[in-house]
Write a protein that binds this ligand. Structure first.
Ligand code: ADE
Length: 238
């Protein structure tokens, strides 16, 4: 899989991909991550990529021609101004607080693509006409960040860990959430040594060696935590 990120601040993101599991995935060639600096597609020698909004208002808006030029190069000129690329293995997304909320389902969908292109949104705004040639806008949650670089890191991380071979078997199993009768539950609690930390004890059942009881305890705990923190998950159909 290839992931291309278009950003005005590549250095804000690059360090993130040079550590830990993402780094390992890149080294193993399970994913290729390409960072493209939008400034390289500026309209003049001053590096102009944005302009004032028509109709007035505060802030600067990222120009549609700059994004189009960058996307055309990345997709080998397959991009038509009024025509989205019809390729089920390629998706072009823009990070934006007004986008569809990114969730595990979206991460799964993106992880099956051959090529994911993510445009990191601008703090002020992006020319609306960009929507003519992207697939969707995505938001990582109901809050507003100063730019799309953190959302890019979130999306890439959650997508890359789902690519086959990226997580070691034990990591993949350990991170699984319960999925019972179509209900998603949050993870049960984990404990490790010491058995007793200043009076805070590991629950007896986990030391019992009784696998059936341990499974039941974990399921009950998962339900209890989900009910407390995310009751909406219990009502949600799959
Ligand atoms: N840009 C600013 N805030 C954002 C958010 N919550 N999600 C995606 N992109 C954003």
């Amino acid at each position: 899989m290839k992931i291309t990120v278009l950003t005005l601040f590549p250095k804000m993101i690059s360090g993130f991909f040079e550590e830990s599991i993402i780094k390992r995935a890149v080294e193993k060639k399970l994913v290729e991550i390409e960072l493209v600096n939008l400034r390289d597609f500026a309209i003049d020698e001053y590096g102009t990529v944005d302009d004032r909004p028509y109709g007035g208002g505060a802030g600067m808006v990222l120009r549609v021609d700059v994004i189009h030029k960058a996307l055309s190069k990345i997709t080998n000129d397959k991009l038509q101004m009024t025509n989205k690329i019809k390729n089920s293995k390629l998706k072009i997304v823009l990070t934006s607080p007004r986008g569809k909320v990114f969730d595990q389902g979206k991460a799964q969908e993106y992880s099956k693509l051959e090529h994911l292109i993510i445009i990191a949104g601008h703090y002020e705004g992006v020319d609306e006409r960009v929507n003519e040639f992207i697939d969707e806008e995505v938001s990582i949650g109901d809050y507003v960040l100063t730019g799309g670089e953190i959302p890019v890191a979130v999306i890439v991380d959650s997508v890359v860990r789902l690519i086959s071979g990226v997580l070691k078997k034990e990591e993949a199993v350990r991170n699984e959430t319960f999925d019972i009768d179509g209900k998603k539950l949050l993870e049960y609690p984990h404990y490790t040594r010491p058995e007793n930390f200043e009076g805070l004890k590991v629950p007896d059942v986990l030391l019992s060696g009784n696998h059936k009881e341990i499974e039941e305890w974990r399921l009950n705990k998962a339900e209890e935590i989900t009910k407390k923190n995310r009751p909406d998950l219990l009502d949600r159909k799959k």
